[in-house]
Design a protein around this ligand. Structure first.
Ligand code: HMG
Ligand code: MG
Length: 297
């Protein structure tokens, strides 16, 4: 297992995109500051997607405008197309996150295009982003199962992963969009991919729909994965994937790493406080174990 890992916080984006309650721009920024204060060095701040598709993140431009950035922290955002990139560049994002699904049906539901139609759009986004000195992260969704098509062949996962890497993405984040992965499958897929892709360039982005995310992270660690996405409080879910619920809670991942003696540079107590800060602004109870423990004390 690695001795250090990087936790990437996607709560302000993945965590909020599916929520019906709209969190104010001011609260989002205050929450991001708390997450940074907890020691997280990577925050996915928002998405420059269509506000008609994702109303909860319609204030993306303003979040970036009023955010006070701390040196050494990467403030990233999702971008689906050229229009999104234009907005992201105007906001001077540090990193652009592109996304595509391994299964065609989910991709069509998510961005209204087939995989084949999406690839050239993303290629152009990455090319321009790189020209402008930005780094790029590529998300591959439904890697471990699709709500419409079930299991996706590993050959398809490999093929699209390589297309993304050839476009110039710096990192590939493998998404368990609907939380159906199991540790054996995580190992199989990562083992297959790491034959041609260095583990240092792969991340796991796990949703905890069925409670297996932490077990899947351990499987990833055993295959030498060193980057894990999480959302404070266990918020999250893709609105265009039926049954998709929260990301694994960042504070639960932090607890796991601490227990295993793996360094992250993150302060668990402050992370829990950041989750407690956002919790009252979300309509429902948050599923994080660490948050529940603290509430019971
Ligand atoms: P479309 O309707 O096919 O797009 O949507 P369009 O090009 O025909 O444009 C329609 C309207 O949207 C136009 O405005 C455009 O200007 C506008 P109108 O003329 O009607 O007034 N528009 C935009 N406005 C602002 N920013 C933009 C933008 N693009 C177009 N960037 C589109 C296509 C891709 C835009 C839409 O499908 C979309 O926004 N989808 C985003 C869906 C999404 O955000 N899903 C969740 C993120 S992915 C995820 O959660 C998975 C992940 O977490 C990993 C995992 O868990 O697996 C990453
Ligand atoms: Mg996600």
């Amino acid at each position: 297992m690695p001795s250090n890992v990087i936790l990437k916080e996607v709560g302000p984006r993945d965590g909020l995109q599916n929520e019906s309650s709209i969190v104010s721009t001011e609260k989002k920024i205050a929450w991001i500051d708390k997450l940074v204060d907890a020691g997280l060095k990577y925050i996915e701040v928002t998405s420059f997607v269509s506000p008609k598709w994702i109303p909860a993140l319609a204030d993306a431009d303003d979040v970036f405008r009023y955010l006070k950035r701390k040196q050494g922290v990467t403030y990233a955002a999702l971008v689906p197309n050229a229009r999104g990139l234009e907005r992201a560049l105007r906001a001077d994002v540090d990193e652009v996150g592109i996304f595509i699904s391994a299964s065609d049906t989910h991709n069509r539901r998510n961005v209204n295009k087939s995989i084949e139609e999406t690839l050239p759009v993303l290629k152009e986004v990455v090319r321009t982003a790189k020209e402008q000195g930005k780094t790029a992260r590529g998300y591959l969704s439904t890697v471990f199962g699709c709500p419409y098509e079930g299991r996706v062949p590993v050959s398809q996962i490999e093929k699209i992963s390589h297309e993304l890497l050839e476009m110039g993405i710096d990192e590939l984040s493998l998404g368990d969009t609907i939380g159906v992965a199991n540790p054996k499958q995580v190992k199989q897929i990562v083992r297959q991919l790491k034959v041609t892709i260095p583990t240092g360039r792969m991340a796991l982005h796990l949703h905890n729909t069925r409670g297996l995310a932490l077990a899947n992270i351990v499987a990833g660690l055993e295959e030498n994965i060193q980057i894990f996405d999480g959302a404070a409080g266990g918020l999250g879910g893709c609105p265009y994937a039926q049954g998709a619920t929260g990301n694994v809670a960042t504070e639960d991942v932090q607890y796991l790493m601490q227990s295993l003696g793996i360094e992250t540079g993150v302060d668990l107590k402050k992370l829990v406080e950041a989750a407690q800060f956002i919790a009252p602004h979300i309509g429902t109870d948050l599923p994080s174990y660490q948050l529940r423990l603290t509430d019971e004390e």
